[in-house]
Design a binder for this molecule. Sequence first.
Ligand code: NCD
Ligand code: ZN
Length: 343
Amino acid sequence: MVLRITRPDDWHVHLRDGEAMRSVVGATARVFARAVVMPNLGSPVTTVDGASAYRERIAAALPAKSRFAPLMTLYLTDNMAAAEIVRARKSGFIVGVKYYPAGATTNSDSGVTRLERVHAQLAAMEEVGMPLLVHGEVTDPDIDVFDRERYFIDRVMTRILRDFPGLIVVFEHITTREAAEFVADSPARVGATITPHHLLWSRNAMLAGAIRPHYYCLPILKREAHRAALVRAATSGNPKYFLGSDSAPHAKAAKENACGAGGCYSAHATMELYAEAFDAAGALDRLEAFASYHGADFYGLPRNTDTITLERSPWTVPATYPLGEDAIVPLRAGERIAWRVVE
Ligand code: NCD
Ligand code: ZN
């Protein structure tokens, strides 16, 4: 079976920097026309100049004939000047500002400590039409890690939407039924990305029988009922939900560790994994809109005009891919994937 669809975009990816970036960027650029590149580098991307330099480093790492376009983001901090957001909007290449609650995930130490501290920045974003991309988890140590997204909705997300009624918001990598429903019930200015791993696996994949660190990501995989709700959302045809892989490479040693890093690497097979999830739901006819239309429409960017071809013909994922001098263990390492993107 062969599926030809409009070339997709990845609305949430981590490309890292330096050698690691040069190792992974080709996998994303081979399939996707554009990708929203997360700013959580070791030293976060907080200025337009920093984003511009990072964008140039990515461009320099692409194969000669590549037409891949990195769409850049800024990392919101308590002390970012509102003027930087105006500059970002004028730059034309920065498509969003990323809200990490301080301490929520990889490289989030400079994130937002209290919503009140970023009021001026959010007001500027609302004013100039700059989307806010939200990592929606509270970080209070007294809140159970599996409940952090639910609590974020009540404690923070509802306040953001109420206080900034014109702000465009992407609820990134949603992982719960509550988040899917919240987005469905919100106005059209609120969208959400959904990862392939949250469509394919519940927390059992990570924890039942043995602890499997390569399934550990943030927000963490939830119970089966949430996975099922995410599949219903992604395959519903509702334009608020779109593709964002959250591919987040970490070196094998950083994952297979007594204090392992959060992040799943999926760039080697992003579309293949989504195709499996949609196929399993009997919704392959909905994949194109989710992967190639909804995100572009939400961001107000043109849809791509060329196509990619997916074929149902199984292949075995390598045990590792290179990551600079290290190795990454990809999702499905050493196992089969039913679909492949063919040239
Ligand atoms: C991401 C990373 O490693 O940068 N990790 C993850 O588990 N998804 C950060 C993030 O998106 O939360
Ligand atoms: Zn991410």
